[in-house]
Design a protein around this ligand. Structure first.
Ligand SMILES: CN(C)C[C@H]1CC[C@H](N2C(=O)NCc3cnc4ccc(-c5cc(Cl)c(O)c(Cl)c5)cc4c32)CC1
Length: 343
């Protein structure tokens, strides 16, 4: 491990930089008590400047999100100069690179991924958030082909709930909905649906439905809603794309309709339809994990349970969540015991 920041000493081992996201550096880390890999997003408060409120918003959003297709936040560490976000590590990188390596995906493979994207978006909408920057670069792969949605820096939690309008024009132009780029008021949920249409097109075709180096030409193409349909697309895929890429947001399919759409649920046994509910019922804590932590830290189970129930996103929260994640993967629910000094 490299010399880490003193704020992490003893809690995380720090390894090299694995990527960068805008004004953040992302390093590989290891959580000492569990030995689990994590991604550590490091931001310098001075460099953030007036972007600092966006980070606070991203952190608060991620604290309230706990879903199998949303990148999990484990801990937040703040010093005078830095903010560290300890995040779920996704070893197989961006969906973007996965598509590029294969040119394009088969319809079945695209469906496998799109189902997870619908699940993640249905879940965050249910929690009152619109993502507003859905694109393959913000969908990461963990080590069993599970997608994890990242980067909630642009997400919005409209004051009046998901049926109230937003104004800010944001996100990546090629994925932006017509109503968003024409400066009209728009619904975050409807704009996310459009972006999912652009995403599905990228999965099925390997390139973008609306593209141009000149931003004004790009905007006209988006507002026309006209896009090329290559001959390898099936009838059902074209129909699915048409329902997502509707220029009029009121004619666009909704997330609720998507969850039961035949293209999305094809070959799905009825029990396994789109898992938009979270498999993590974060209400009650897992006894086995609480007990293991209590023993390891030398506290009573009751005291440990009380500490964890605060969800303060400190090292205890991270340890619990990582232990729980190990349990989901039926790995051992054991912590590193500090080396018993040989008497
Ligand atoms: C739009 N792109 C440029 C953004 C890049 C950012 C770095 C990513 N990344 C790697 O570069 N190597 C591997 C890797 C592994 N696990 C990760 C886990 C979480 C995050 C993460 C999560 C959130 Cl919520 C967030 O806001 C940010 Cl910035 C990063 C990044 C990881 C990662 C790839 C996408």
């Amino acid at each position: 491990p490299i010399k880490s920041y003193c704020a992490l000493d003893g809690f995380y081992e720090m390894y090299d930089t694995i990527g960068s996201g805008g004004f953040a550096k992302v390093k590989l880390g290891v959580h000492c008590l569990t030995g689990e890999k994590v991604a550590i997003k490091i931001m310098d408060k001075k460099q953030l400047g007036d972007d600092l409120p966006r980070i606070r918003l991203e952190i608060e959003a991620m604290k309230s999100l706990s879903h199998q297709n949303v990148c999990k936040l484990f801990q937040v560490i703040e010093t005078d100069a830095k903010i560290f976000m300890i995040l779920e590590y996704c070893p197989d990188g961006e969906l973007f690179d996965y598509i590029v390596e294969r040119d394009r995906l088969t319809e079945d493979e695209a469906r496998h991924f799109f189902r997870q994207i619908v699940a993640a978006v249905a879940y965050i909408h249910h929690k009152g958030f619109a993502h507003r920057d859905l694109k393959p670069e913000n969908l990461l792969l963990d080590d069993d082909q599970q997608l994890k949605l990242i980067d909630f820096g642009l997400c919005a939690k409209p004051k009046g709930g998901m049926n109230s309008h937003l104004e800010t024009c944001c996100g990546s132009p090629a994925y932006a909905a017509p109503e968003l780029i024409s400066g009209k008021c728009y619904l975050g949920s409807e704009a996310d649906i459009w972006s999912m249409g652009v995403l599905l097109y990228a999965l099925l075709c390997g390139y973008l439905p609306f593209d141009d180096d000149n931003i004004a030409v790009l905007y006209r193409k988006i507002q026309s809603g006209m896009y090329e349909k290559p001959e390898w697309l099936s009838e059902s895929s074209m129909e699915m794309l048409d329902q997502l890429l509707q220029v009029d947001p009121k004619r666009r399919i909704t997330v609720a309709q998507l969850l039961h759409h035949p293209w999305v649920t094809k070959d799905c046994n009825p029990s396994y339809n789109v898992q938009w509910e979270s498999i993590y019922q974060t209400k009650e804590l897992d006894d086995e994990c609480v007990t293991e932590m209590a023993v390891s830290i030398g506290k009573s189970r009751k005291a440990m349970h009380a500490i964890l129930s605060d969800w303060s996103y400190d090292y205890n929260t991270a340890t619990y969540l990582l232990l729980w994640k190990r349990k989901q993967l039926s790995k051992s629910v054991r912590l590193m015991r500090d080396q018993q000094s040989i008497p």
